[in-house]
Design a protein around this ligand. Structure first.
Ligand code: 5MM
Length: 342
């Protein structure tokens, strides 16, 4: 058992406290370059720092955000006022988190499928991350739906890695956020997404049991059960909410302190509406349902910033608006009318 039991419990509960979610700003260098390309900004170290600075220091975020997931580079950078980013977050009562996986790589013998790497040397990296202020971590596994995939081999390999990662985190006093993401880019139906998500989550929780991971100190970050982007028939908001909740009830143990969703390419408004519908229709779930969006929180903010210092205030306003809408969606109190207020 970890030496940090009380601290892990406190951290996990705080991450999913009432009306609070997680802001994911842990894009790796290739991913942030893709985001910056949309606003014609070069992905230099200083531009990445300046952008993360405005996200981290937006005044008032702490009413809606319990933690932020950072990339290795960001954890070591500082705000324009000189404070290291982890300190800037802790000063506002926001917990610093850290993405610790080394990315999804081709799975040998399984074309089109990936396995996430990064276990080698992880114990040492986690010790350093804790010294730098990280109190929770994230590891993302990628599951692709396609012809005859995902394979059992792909789901098993990713589940095993997630469980090994989670055990190492708890040993180090860091709450593991486990993120098995079933991608939503294909032409699959919502029923196919349900089947793959259910199979993935069953395998992941079996692996966590096998590795003696404490569920009480683990947060699940997961995709919604949703139609693939290319599917001609798109499920309604209520169908997504109902099928997602049903899938989670069939697979996720009640011992988990909370579940947060990734947005996965949904529009910001749609991601909020889905979370809201889940919470509006279900008042007695075993765990809080909250958010850990990247794109669905950042997109309007990134577009408003456009790389210009003069736009920082407008960008932070756009960020706070999305944070507030999603905070309200955690208790089913969001309505589309709120989008007109901006
Ligand atoms: C699925 O991506 C995570 C959630 O973001 P969205 O809400 O936009 O789907 C996100 O935390 C992701 O893991 C990070 O951006 C890191 O991604 P890469 O691909 O750079 O490892």
């Amino acid at each position: 058992m970890s030496n940090f039991v009380n601290e892990l419990e406190q951290t996990a509960r705080t991450m999913v406290g009432a009306g609070k979610g997680i802001l994911a700003i842990d894009e790796s260098s290739p991913t942030i370059k893709k985001r910056f390309d949309t606003i014609n900004i070069e992905s230099t170290e200083e531009n990445r720092r300046a952008y993360r600075d405005l996200l981290i220091t937006a005044a008032g975020s702490n009413a809606f955000i319990s933690g932020m997931i950072l990339y290795d580079e960001t954890l070591r950078q500082s705000s324009s006022d000189g404070r290291p980013f982890p300190k800037a977050l802790l000063d506002e009562g926001i917990m610093p988190g850290i993405k610790v996986d080394m990315g999804a790589k081709e799975l040998a013998g399984h074309p089109g499928e990936k396995v996430t790497e990064g276990l080698d040397g992880l114990r040492e990296r986690l010790a350093e991350y804790r010294e730098l202020g990280a109190r929770f971590a994230k590891w993302r596994a990628v599951i692709t739906i396609g012809e005859k995939i995902p394979s059992t081999a792909c789901i098993d390999a990713n589940a095993h890695a997630l469980a090994r990662y989670a055990g190492l985190c708890q040993e180090a006093g860091i709450v593991p956020m486990i993120e098995p993401e079933v991608l939503m880019d294909a032409d699959n139906t919502i029923e196919q997404c349900y089947a793959v998500t259910e199979a993935t989550l069953k395998t992941v929780f079996n692996a966590l049991y096998s590795q003696d991971v404490a569920l009480e100190h683990t947060i699940l970050k997961v995709n919604m059960v949703i139609s693939g982007k290319q599917c001609p028939s798109q499920a309604s908001v209520q169908e997504v909410a109902d099928m997602t909740v049903r899938c989670l009830l069939h697979t996720v143990p009640a011992a988990l302190p909370g579940i947060v969703f990734l947005s996965g390419g949904q529009s910001p408004e749609r991601a909020t509406a889905h979370l809201n519908a889940m919470n509006a229709s279900n008042s007695h779930l075993p765990w809080p349902l909250s958010f850990s969006y990247g794109r669905a929180l950042q997109e309007p903010c990134l577009q408003a910033w456009a790389g210009q210092q003069a736009n920082v205030a407008a960008a932070q306003k756009a960020l706070l608006h999305r944070e507030k809408c999603n905070s309200l969606a955690c208790s089913g109190q969001y309505s589309e009318d709120m989008e007109k207020a901006v």
